[in-house]
Design a protein around this ligand. Sequence first.
Ligand code: ADP
Ligand code: MG
Ligand code: ZN
Length: 484
Amino acid sequence: MTVYEGVIGLEVHAELMTASKMFCGCPVVDSTSAEPNTAVCPVCLGMPGVLPVLNQRAVELGLRVGLALNCEIPLFNQFARKSYFYPDLPKGYQISQYAYPLAINGWLEIDLPDGSVRRVRIRRAHLEEDTGKLTHADGYSLVDLNRAGVPLLEIVTEADLRSAEEAEVYARKLRAILQYLGVNSGDMSKGVLRIEPNISVRPVGSDELRTRTEVKNLNSIRSLARATAYEIERQIAIYESGGEVQQATLGWDEARQVTVVQRVKESADDYRYFPEPDLPVLEISREWVEQVRAGLPELPDAKRERFMRELGLNRYDASLLVADRAVADYYEAALAAGGDPKQVANYLTGEVFRQMNLEGRDRDDIGALRLTPRALAALVRLVQDGVIHHGVAKKLLVRLYEEGGDPAALVEAEGLAQVSDEGAIGAVVEQVLADHPDEVARYLAGEEKLLQFLMGVAMRALRGQGDPAVVRRLLAERLAARRP
Ligand code: ADP
Ligand code: MG
Ligand code: ZN
């Protein structure tokens, strides 16, 4: 049997959060809510006789990303025309970069669940302008050009990812970096961040590059992971049955959770790239590069190192906490509310993530949970102060996740506080021993594992609220007292 692996490269389009568009003074507006075709002018409408003027801020935001991704920044940049005909592209060409992009040869390291670290090579990051938006209706299409000309950065990896999980970890980390840099909100559902995997498979151990497919219109990182996993399985099944994968552009059907063919590629696209004659060559001074580098904020890797160094977290847990900007913010808010760093990290990466997965909620959405960082911190403190024990806390967490509320008040109202009163526990222990004479006799005859059984019975009798340390000690004492 052949064992296959995925071969995946990601193309990411990130809108840059500038006030105005790439080549004109039109404002950048929310294309999901603004009145269509209100943020447009002759330049972004592609009227004849107008000239583009480059937005310096867009270049600066692109530089931030290039530097954060460990790229080289070549001295000279040149814009190029990418020609194709489509109704969302008023000029008939898109201004992009081709032979001389903004940033090249970078890398990003990702942490995998087995504790290993993989370095993903970034081939390039180049500037371009976004296109308009089409809404297809029954028999006609609507064109909104508010988005036409919005600055965009395209970030392309080498095909270094090997599974859906790796693609997911990379995408999360890249999104977090864009968010930390303040260049993109990371909101895939609004289309300001678009992540497209190129996927092929091959037998493990080979280094061939087989025919690939490309998946578009993924509106969350969960969808990216699902679509990639689906596509890997689909291609493996084709090879296993003796078939050939066809090169194609696919869409992801969210409702059915399958990929569907949008366009089969018979030949390479011919965009007839040539240098943009309306824009001068752009020289990026080394002083500017160093100035931008010096102004970079704390990025996920640095934050992870800080969490490990200052809070004593292990590398993988720390990497999970910094992998989404929203999760890192949530975690830091819980610490600010007085939560113990390690315990909060455990509950967050364990129980809270588990609940979010069950609900199909993306981690990026953690800020909207009913369970607030303050409540999580309070819950952890209740465990540490010995008021409730871990088993009760886990149940309470599910309840807080679903309904919100204050942990201490819930413990009070439901009488969930841990019983550590020796009199009360002692009485229960005596009762358990009286009810199980056979087990007691066998324990005293040397079957030590029965202690665990009696412990379980006693804990159940205490409705899970007995302090386990006290229960165990009293049980041992009372049993010892019965030895002949
Ligand atoms: P295109 O010009 O069609 O966009 P590129 O060569 O620029 O193609 O590659 C686009 C993305 O596809 C890159 O991330 C690259 O790593 C990835 N890629 C290229 N070939 C393969 C392959 N055989 N399998 C998986 N990914 C691939
Ligand atoms: Mg491409
Ligand atoms: Zn304009």
